[in-house]
Ligand binder design. Structure first.
Ligand code: HEC
Length: 182
């Protein structure tokens, strides 16, 4: 056996040994994704989004229209905290085992973008920008649920807790809009 050949046989053996050991012992995952997506939604993304929505737009009550724009530093901070939970929540949907397909990836990334824009709007204390950011975020929630939550597929029977309805201020704007059309 030539020297060169001997070396390559040896290298082949080493590669095989490496492959065997790396197959036998799977590398422990960097992530612990034992919480189901439902739990991440209910305890992180949903409260985050609501903290933000509660701080943007306005509500119309009997006494008149009331702005939801925060009036205290804590109020602004709560909105910003919520936006960050949404932004990072998008990343959590991309952890191994959670990704479903290309569309899922697109929507999860969109959620992160929406959360970042929401954070920037709250940081700038710009209530108009917050309202737009909140609406954009809401569209992303709805788009993903329409596609991936089986209970929301056409013809499905509703199961479990209902998904969040439109934020109150958005709903009122829609009602006003519809009233105006009559
Ligand atoms: C990338 C896709 C995706 C995005 C974006 C997304 N969700 Fe979800 N959401 C899901 C899936 C999937 C479920 C259902 C999980 C299950 O059934 O196991 C769910 C479930 C929920 C639930 C639980 C409903 C219940 O029956 O308890 C809430 C609340 C929720 N999402 C809120 C939100 C909010 C608020 C947003 C936007 C800020 C959002 N989600 C964005 C995929 C998404």
């Amino acid at each position: 056996m030539s020297m060169r050949r001997q070396v390559s046989v040896w290298a082949l053996g080493l590669t095989a040994a490496f492959l065997l050991t790396s197959c036998g012992k799977p590398k422990p995952s960097l992530y612990d994704t034992s919480l189901p997506v439902m739990e991440v939604m209910d305890h992180l993304i949903d409260p985050g989004a609501w903290a933000f929505w509660r701080a943007s737009g306005e509500v119309t009550e009997e006494a008149g229209t009331k702005s939801l724009t925060p009036t205290t530093e804590e109020g602004w901070l709560a909105a910003e905290n919520g936006a960050v939970a949404v932004a990072e929540g998008g990343n959590l949907m991309l952890l191994p085992g959670r990704v479903r397909d290309e569309e899922w990836i697109r929507l999860a990334k969109k959620l992160t973008q929406d959360g970042l824009e929401a954070k920037a709007a709250a940081e700038a204390k710009d209530s108009d920008r917050m309202f737009v950011a909140g609406a954009e975020m809401y569209k992303t929630c709805k788009a993903c649920h329409a596609k991936y939550v089986p209970a929301l597929q056409p013809g499905a029977e509703p199961v479990g807790a209902p998904l969040p309805d439109w934020p109150e201020d958005v709903k009122q704007k829609q009602d006003q809009f519809l009233e105006g059309k009559k």
